[in-house]
Ligand binder design. Sequence first.
Ligand code: ADP
Ligand code: MG
Length: 281
Amino acid sequence: MTVPQEPRPTVSAPDDLFLPDPGSVLQLRDVRVRRGGQEILSGIDWTVREGERWVVMGPNGAGKSTLLQIAAARVFPTSGDVGILDEVLGAVDVSELRTRIGLSSAQLAAQVPADETVQDAVITASYGITGTWREEYEEDDRARALGLVAQWGLSRLAQRRFGTLSEGERKRVLIARALMTDPELMLLDEPAAGLDLGGREALVSQLTELAEDDAAPALVLVTHHLEEVPPGFTHALLLQQGAVVAAGPIDQTLTQEHLSDAFGVRLQVRRAEGRFTAVAA
Ligand code: ADP
Ligand code: MG
């Protein structure tokens, strides 16, 4: 006699269980951000792996900074999953996670007190703060801060007040600061914005050196200028109106077609000696 059987319940992982891929330093799955009734990021899937150097491009308002703020564990998505350095956003102490991420952005620059010295603006990153208070530093911290100050050409400015620096000097302070905690992931939001041609070229060459340094962390650089893409960057993500137009190895992504799509202009794109240029076709 056969007894009719209930179908056996299948044991499977719940749909919402999200485990970032091993070897990924950043992984977004179907990430959405809604603000003021508008979707500013819609269904972003993106994986950054160890050793990769990514550039994120797109026109003003495309959602680049919002995407970077998520990668920095400073903004939570409205929905979707985010894995950062083997942790999952929403299930981790973000203040600890943030010390493993180097960040340079205009918002951060605005938080550095004008009377902070260059050296202090760099060293305070150890505590994830932007103004010295009563914290104490080890000799090692001081040595590291001074080393970074030197590496970014700021030695003669070490005791200068942040508020008295030129735009180019400020940008370099922020990058030195972003490296202070020896981060595993480094995020740069428009580091060349506001620089003159000489300042931009100097920064591009320093970022090229960083990109070529095997000991450097995974890098993500946001820009809307093709001319600012440093040689040595390996991957690109193109955003338009909160959605990915193209993503992958840089040669296959920063093409005339994809860039024209993303910027809504017919562009002629050239690449010479690792540098990109674009003009309207
Ligand atoms: P990008 O860095 O590419 O210029 P952002 O990520 O800064 O773009 O912004 C993407 C879009 O989202 C813009 O249209 C911006 O006005 C909008 N936005 C950003 N933050 C908010 C917010 N808090 N409330 C409403 N809209 C926002
Ligand atoms: Mg922006």
